[in-house]
Design a protein around this ligand. Structure first.
Ligand code: MTE
Ligand code: MO
Length: 370
């Protein structure tokens, strides 16, 4: 079987990639990509991503925070404003949740035309065991006053975006913020948070795209009206033009990725696989409930077969899947698409938006079998 879309032969084995200089990304995008690196896709092997392989996104600079000087301030429409040390927070009963985190911009650089920003392909992903104190307990201690509407989370990192000097700030409604599984996290995979992941404390909003999980948390403020900060009003929107306010980005859209089969070509990452029985493996996740189904195509999306699902151990953590494939020599394009508990299925065509948010289009992996 030969797939038309992927051309006649394995690009770049022995004979160069055929890529010409001068086609490609702006230096500013490369600069962002070097700072905000993705998970190497072979990391899809691990049920819990090794911390150093977890994707990273930092809008400004990683702030330099000493936990001894640091306090979490809780203020605004509360009966008892709080100022908590890390020890105060760690002395309370903790919860640990396995949560898959994904950047809302994942898939952006695959869009045509490409929105210019952090140029993720598909690798802005990782799963960790996060330990912390449920936020609702701190909000209960503070006592929300009547009329409380939004809870604003301020990170201690500061920079300029869209011409606006700002701290990184995101908000949740009171209902979202008091959900059981929203945590104030101080440990990732059993170790104190590393500086780049939000040391000493970050918010974790399971099921939501990563932007909600504010790192280097310094302040929590309760407001009586909706918060209109830059990272709420101007970005993380599903919009069609620069002026279109669109809809806010919230929960993670259903998605799946393969564990890359075989071995890669150095430059193109096209996979070289030996003919015979191949067990294709991957993982699938959604912010809208458990994974119900994963389908795999080896012919670029014409014929689909059901993969076998592993047991999904956490409602917020990805679900392993596998499919046995008798691979005959030839060139293939392998796709996977998942369906979640709400019946949402990954599209095969790109869901284009102006900011390139939530592109959960089925991944296509080029494979050469010999
Ligand atoms: N304070 C602060 N929190 C932040 C960010 C940031 O730039 N500053 N980036 C957000 C975005 S867009 C994502 S996708 C996640 C990334 O978390 P990670 O780097 O730990 O994977 O952090 C979120 N929290
Ligand atoms: Mo993100």
């Amino acid at each position: 079987m030969e797939n038309q879309a992927s051309g006649g032969r394995f690009r770049a084995v022995g004979d160069g990639s055929g890529l010409a200089p001068g086609e490609g990304f702006y230096q500013e995008e490369v600069q962002l990509a070097l700072r905000n690196r993705g998970m190497p896709l072979e990391g899809m092997r691990y049920p819990v991503t090794p911390t150093g392989m977890h994707y990273l996104l930092v809008h400004f600079d990683v702030p330099d925070i000493r936990a001894t000087d640091w306090r979490l301030k809780v203020s605004g429409l509360v009966d008892n404003p709080l100022s908590l040390s890390l020890e105060d927070i760690k002395s309370r009963a903790a919860r640990t949740l396995t949560v898959t985190l994904e950047c809302a911009g994942n898939g952006r650089a695959l869009l045509k035309p490409r929105p210019v920003s952090q140029p993720w392909l598909v690798e802005a992903i990782g799963t960790a065991q996060w330990t912390g104190l449920p936020l609702r307990r701190v909000l209960a201690d503070a006592g929300l006053k009547k009329g409380a509407v939004d809870v604003v989370f301020t990170g201690l990192d500061r920079g300029v975006q869209g011409g606006e000097v700002q701290y990184y700030q995101r908000s949740l409604t009171v209902a979202e913020a008091t959900a059981e599984d929203v945590l104030l996290v101080y440990e990732m995979n059993g170790e104190p948070l590393q500086p780049q992941h939000g040391y000493p404390l970050r918010l974790l909003v399971p099921g939501w795209y990563g932007m909600a999980s504010v790192k280097w948390l310094g302040r929590i403020e309760v407001l009586g009206e909706p918060f209109q900060g830059y990272q709420m009003a101007h970005t993380y929107r599903y919009s069609q033009t620069a002026d279109d306010p669109g809809e806010p980005v919230t929960r993670i859209r259903v998605r799946s990725l393969l564990v890359p089969p075989g071995i890669p070509d150095f430059l193109t990452r096209t996979r070289l696989v030996e003919a015979g029985l191949v067990v294709l493996r991957g993982r699938a996740w959604s912010g809208d409930g458990l994974i119900q189904r994963v389908e795999v195509s080896t012919d670029g999306g014409n014929v689909w077969q059901d993969a076998q699902l592993d047991r999904q151990n956490s409602p917020y953590g990805w679900c392993g899947w596998s499919l046995r494939w008798e691979a005959a020599p030839g060139q293939y394009q392998i796709l996977s698409r998942a369906t979640d508990a709400r019946g949402n299925t990954q599209p095969v065509d790109q869901p284009w938006t102006f900011q390139g948010m939530g592109n959960n289009m089925a991944q296509a992996v080029e494979v050469f079998v010999e």
